[in-house]
Write a protein that binds this ligand. Structure first.
Ligand SMILES: Nc1nc2c(ncn2[C@@H]2O[C@H](COP(=O)(O)OP(=O)(O)O)[C@@H](O)[C@H]2O)c(=O)[nH]1
Ligand SMILES: [Mg+2]
Ligand SMILES: [Zn+2]
Length: 312
């Protein structure tokens, strides 16, 4: 049988077949992926072959198909091990809130850089616009303008008040969409608003504001009634970016990618080097200072702390 993994819980994998049937599967004992540094050999979205055990109707996974793509983060801050969030995805919807809690641009840029690195188109969804006052609208327009200028599509929504949810429905239709963003921004609430049949658990404030609590949670895939699949990622309390090489990071900033061929040195890191086209573009106002500063922080491996989410 063949199908794709819609949920993982420790050693069990729920596999959905084209006929609409789901099977609880395990990985064959001898199965090991060579040279795999990730903590999870199989992620949601993976396509697999499996054999059904007639005794209890559970399955044994015998093969994992090659992935079209996958998106990976570090499993913990100091670890070299990685965690595959999901595989075979068409787009990443990054849900952010500028009101409460405030998603920092540092956090946004880490997720955007990761999306760029894995060639997964990203859309930024600003949720909770119902909480905005004039001051927040002003801040919102500034941040949104910054990302639109770089080329990212931005949506402004309220999951609670059902504002502009039709735009999100249109966006996810017939695609496999990953929803990312830190806890409390309303990912589950948004998915429920898109498809009320799904009835995902919406967290209360105390749950996501519990700082530092380590929870190992996995993404889960939901078929969208109007076509396509939606992937909810719970529990991203921090986003440990995998360590990309310093030379490639600027290539994951589209506006830097556009100018960096003009740098004097081919291996320019756009930090202290003379004749740097990126720094010139920042000085000329072509590249936003905020984006550049976030680039420098990523370049120097500065970790985001939870507190930084609301201050940067
Ligand atoms: N005011 C407001 N609150 C929202 C909105 N969307 C979600 N919330 C609230 O934000 C909290 C976290 O929502 P949840 O969907 O669990 O966030 P998740 O951790 O990203 O899945 C809950 O208390 C929701 O009721 C919104 O558009 N406006
Ligand atoms: Mg959630
Ligand atoms: Zn440069």
């Amino acid at each position: 049988m063949e199908g794709f993994v819609i949920k993982t819980t420790g050693s069990w994998y729920k596999v959905l077949c084209a006929e609409g049937q789901a099977y609880d599967c395990r990985l064959r004992g001898s199965f090991r992926m060579k040279g795999n540094k990730s903590t999870n050999p199989i992620a949601v979205g993976d396509r697999v072959s499996f054999i059904v055990e007639t005794s209890d109707n559970t399955g044994v996974i015998t093969e994992i198909k090659d992935r079209k793509n996958c998106i990976v983060r570090r499993s913990t801050k100091l670890s070299k091990q990685t965690h595959v969030i999901a595989a075979n995805i068409d787009q990443n919807c990054l849900v952010v809130t500028l009101g409460f809690p405030r998603t920092s641009t540092g956090f946004i840029d880490r997720i955007l850089v990761t999306s760029e690195a894995y060639h997964i188109p990203a859309v930024i969804i600003f949720n909770k616009i119902d909480l905005y006052n004039d001051e927040l609208w002003e801040y919102h327009n500034e941040i949104k303008g910054m990302y639109e200028k770089v080329g990212y599509r931005c949506l402004e929504i309220s999951a609670r008040e059902n504002r502009n949810i039709d735009q999100v429905r249109e966006l996810v239709k017939d695609k496999t969409t990953l929803f990312t963003g830190h806890s409390g921004v309303g990912k589950s609430a948004l998915i429920n608003a898109i498809d009320p049949e799904l009835k995902l658990r919406v967290g209360d404030v105390s749950e996501w504001s519990m700082k530092g609590k380590h929870t190992t949670t996995f993404a889960e895939i939901f078929p969208f009634a109007q076509g396509g699949y939606i992937i909810d990622t719970p529990g991203i309390k921090e986003f440990g970016m995998v360590n990309f090489s310093k030379e490639e990071i600027s290539h994951f900033f589209p506006e830097m990618r556009n100018v960096l061929h003009g740098c004097r040195f081919a291996n320019c890191r756009h930090e202290h080097e003379p004749g740097c086209a990126v720094k010139q573009a920042v000085a000329d106002g072509i590249i936003d200072e905020v984006r550049y500063q976030n680039y420098i922080n990523i370049l120097n491996g500065r970790e985001m702390e939870l507190e930084d989410w609301e201050t940067r």
